[in-house]
Design a protein around this ligand. Structure first.
Ligand SMILES: *Cc1c(COP(=O)(O)O)cnc(C)c1O
Length: 500
């Protein structure tokens, strides 16, 4: 199968799309078509392990990979004991018709692991297939979760290196420690004096800087991306939508062909886009519900058909969703434009130049046939964490709680009571102070650090503090470099890191 750019006619293979990350015209790679799965294919998945389900989905997309290479990559990602639940993506029942799909059992306790445990293996095979023998140098800008997940995925993977920029005052204490304590012979972590947008803009500029790219080449390195614009991040995320459906079939909660809803806490629109891909492949999904925090640009977009970033940016307790420009929406827009890359280019140009674009009523209606949307601010999110805990004993992290609250509103508004799955993206232990404060009040966490709050969560929930958090108390900080937010300083920091 070929892959096209959303902005034009670049056409490559799956392995080339994964190796490049982004298309040369600035667009994102999308598959030429959606492989179809029948109801029989879905019922076949009931008896399969997560690894086997993964192989079925990946083989449908990664046509130029040998099935043996796909199987090896899947085994390395999901079979190597890196996840602390044998189901990899277990489902928890919260109410008669509501389930949580837990995607936070990987090494970094956030859903980014689902893709970033696999991507390095797919990338290495892609390099081999395309005769690329330079080092694949991954550059990442992170608002917290992607950075650590990329570091864990690429750590000690031969032929690669991973350099992460994070905003010096934009991540939680646990997130910072997770990154700065990373060992391995190919990992670099650099704090940028600025916010996430500064880090992200800086990294984008490095990718576009001829002198930087030339110097990397001269050192035998080629740049690539592990951010969710890479198709290799998207395709592993399709798997768990199928897996959730198969698990519901297995318990008899639904019967083959029943349609269900998914609600997804959304930032860059990568996670929910994978759900849309699954729906196009024949998975019986009624609505994909896009949940935002106070940064509600997507809620407005689905309601009005106008995407408008000219608004305040808020820092919230769900930082991985604090984002105004959702990169992966471009892939959905491409389909809404009947795959007309020139129309997508026009919208993206309008967004860049005037801060907004409008897709028109007909396309808005088409989107509304598949997507619903809603938002919850920090107050509603805290209430949701507390209410769910008091009624069910289940602890949610703030991102998951945004989704849970938006689902509740959606059900009340529409009366749509069919089976719904909350895509649960982070462990509550990653955001322990906010979760404890939601349940016991702000006073209860005054002067407590993240570790003390984790201990409180353990006594509330009976779920032990994950090793990944407990360990951080003792681990030495290895990465201390800080740089200014201009491109030159960031470039120098990269070469300083490479020089060791
Ligand atoms: C990244 C992230 C999200 C948002 O996912 P997108 O694919 O960017 O929409 C939500 N929750 C958590 C915990 C995350 O790390």
């Amino acid at each position: 199968m070929s892959y096209f750019s959303t902005r034009g006619n670049v056409c490559v293979t799956a392995s080339q799309a994964i190796l490049a990350g982004i298309a040369s015209d600035g667009g994102l790679y999308v598959p030429a078509m959606y492989p179809l799965f029948s109801v029989r294919d879905l019922t076949d998945m009931i008896g399969m392990s997560y690894e086997e389900r993964a192989i079925r989905v990946l083989n449908a997309y990664l046509e130029d990979y040998k099935p043996k290479d796909v199987a090896e990559s899947v085994r390395a990602a999901y079979g190597g004991g890196h996840f602390n639940d044998p189901a990899i993506a277990p489902m928890k029942k919260l109410a008669d018709n509501v389930y949580a799909l837990e995607l936070f059992h990987g090494p970094t306790l956030a859903f980014k692991d689902m893709a970033l445990q696999l991507l390095p293996h797919l990338m290495r095979k892609a390099a081999k297939m395309n005769g690329e023998d330079r080092e694949i140098a991954i550059l990442v800008a992170t608002s917290g979760d992607t950075g650590k997940a990329a570091l864990e995925g690429f750590r000690n993977v031969e032929g690669t290196s991973c350099t992460v920029f994070y905003p010096s005052d934009g991540v939680s204490d646990i997130q910072r420690l997770q990154m700065t304590t990373t060992d391995g012979n190919n990992t670099h972590v650099i704090a940028v004096e600025g916010n996430f947008d500064d880090a992200q803009t800086g990294v984008k500029n490095l990718f576009g800087s001829e002198s930087f790219v030339q110097r990397m080449h001269a050192e035998g390195r080629v740049l690539s991306s592990a951010n969710s614009i890479n198709f290799g991040r998207l395709v592993p995320q399709i798997i768990y939508y199928f897996s959730a459906y198969a698990d519901l079939l297995a318990t008899g909660a639904i019967t083959p062909g029943d349609s269900i809803n998914f609600v997804v806490p959304t930032g860059n629109f990568g996670d929910i886009l994978a759900g849309y891909y699954a729906r196009n492949m024949g998975l019986p999904v009624n609505k994909l519900i896009c949940a935002s925090n106070r940064n509600d640009v997507l809620t407005d977009f689905f309601a009005s058909g106008t995407y408008d970033v000219r608004r305040m940016f808020y820092k919230t307790m769900s930082p991985s969703m604090d984002i105004l420009v959702s990169s992966n929406l471009e892939r959905l827009l491409f389909d809404s434009a009947d795959r007309d890359g020139s129309l997508v280019s026009v919208w993206m140009k309008q967004l860049k130049e005037s801060g907004s674009y409008c897709v028109g009523d007909q396309r808005r209606e088409w989107l509304a046939s598949m997507f619903a949307a809603g938002c919850a601010d920090d107050r509603a999110t805290s209430e949701e964490i507390r209410d769910v805990f008091q009624h069910t004993g289940y602890l949610m992290d703030p991102h998951t709680a945004v989704a849970s609250r938006v689902l509740r509103d959606y059900m009340g508004r529409t009366g749509d009571e069919r089976t719904a799955v909350i895509v649960s993206t982070a462990s509550p232990y990653k955001f322990a102070p906010d979760v404890v404060a939601a349940i016991q009040g702000r006073e209860a966490v005054r002067n407590l650090d993240a570790f003390a709050c984790s201990d409180i969560l353990q006594s509330l929930s009976g779920i032990p503090v994950p090793d990944q958090v407990a360990r951080l108390r003792e681990m030495p900080v290895i990465h201390r470099d800080v740089c200014a937010r201009d491109e030159k300083s960031m470039a120098e920091a990269v070469f300083r890191a490479f020089a060791g």
